[in-house]
Design a protein around this ligand. Structure first.
Ligand SMILES: Cc1cc2nc3c(=O)[nH]c(=O)nc-3n(C[C@H](O)[C@H](O)[C@H](O)COP(=O)(O)O)c2cc1C
Length: 310
């Protein structure tokens, strides 16, 4: 079975990657369960220019229909990441995609310039679900909720980076295709979608929100149909490679995202439930391909019959 796929000019051994924030810092918690050479790519936990403590606890709650988190990007900042974590990550036998986020164009430019050429990641995933404070008018929006802000941020990243840029989009918008178009216009080599869906959980006993930050992001199988629609919408209207994310827990889920137009996928919440998830999902996906008589995983992308969503 040929699981290799090519995306953003890079060849990946497997279309199934692990999603940002759900695989520890270097995946060390998973090394007893997973052969990293079988993982298409590790997308690292989002790093920011300066260290961040993250949001007040509680940060995670399991609802009846998915996991709600408001972790708030705790991390030690880019200096610590490039000196301690990235050199270790680069020794792993898989592709390394570094996730970065910033609230201004300057942040993004500075962060990318701090990545030494000798440990350049295979790609950078630009997490655009950060409040945009570059432009007064769009202050209260996330960058990926505004096509112009998206275009500006992706452009600065593409212009500065010496590796491909994958723009990670939020689904919390009216029309995600507008944002994907802006990312493409600015030169992004791919888009990854989706990040979590905004929601709240209520503690009726205490009559207050469960999460310290009030609002969190929903992930897990509950969001899969929504994420599939986002992928299909973008595939139908923007000519850019797509990395599908949202609620993947089995091999058939991978097939669904690829049929809708994803060239690769990321597994998130499933890693938190089952450290073996990647290995199992990969095997199940291969089984699906064999049953369908498909020899190359890449042959599945966009093969959904009909399926215009917009
Ligand atoms: C606990 C947790 C932490 C996350 N941290 C990040 C992060 O640091 N950066 C990011 O881009 N996405 C982050 N995400 C979002 C995931 O990468 C993914 O886009 C989302 O959870 C949907 O996929 P899933 O349903 O497979 O989990 C996080 C998700 C969870 C559940």
């Amino acid at each position: 079975m040929d699981l290799k796929i090519k995306l953003a000019g890079i060849t990946f051994e497997n279309p199934i990657w692990v999603a940002s924030g759900t695989f520890g810092t270097k995946g060390q918690e998973f090394e007893d369960f997973i052969d990293f050479a079988q993982v298409g790519a590790i997308v690292t936990k989002t790093v920011t220019l300066l260290p961040r403590e993250g949001n007040p606890p509680p940060r995670v709650v399991e609802t009846r229909s998915g996991l709600l988190n408001s972790i708030g990007l705790p991390n030690k900042g880019i200096n610590s990441f490039v000196s301690k974590e990235l050199p270790e990550l680069k020794k792993m036998p898989t592709k390394i995609i570094v996730s970065i986020a910033g609230t201004s164009l300057k942040d993004i430019e500075k962060m990318i310039k701090k990545i030494p050429e000798n440990i350049m990641p295979d790609a950078i995933e630009l997490n655009l679900s950060c409040p945009n404070v570059t432009h007064g008018k769009t202050k209260y929006k996330l960058t990926a909720q505004d096509p112009q802000a998206t275009e500006k941020m992706v452009k600065i990243a593409v212009g500065t980076a010496k590796c491909p840029i994958i723009a990670k989009l939020t689904p919390n918008v009216t029309d995600i295709t507008e944002i994907a178009k802006a990312a493409k216009k600015a030169g992004a080599q791919a888009v990854s979608l989706v990040n979590t869906y905004a929601g709240i959980a209520i503690d009726v006993e205490e009559m207050k929100p469960v999460l310290g930050n009030v609002v969190g992001g929903l992930s897990g199988p509950a969001i899969k149909p929504l994420a599939l629609k986002a992928v299909r919408d973008v595939y139908n209207s923007v000519d850019i490679p797509i990395v599908g994310i949202g609620g993947i827990v089995g091999g058939v889920d991978v097939a669904e995202f690829m049929l809708c137009g994803a060239g690769a996928v990321q597994v998130g919440t499933a890693n938190l439930i089952d450290p073996d998830a990647h290995k199992r999902i990969s095997k199940e996906f291969e089984k699906y391909l064999i049953l369908k008589g498909i020899k190359k995983a890449s042959g599945l992308t966009g093969k959904l019959k009909g399926g215009r969503t917009a």
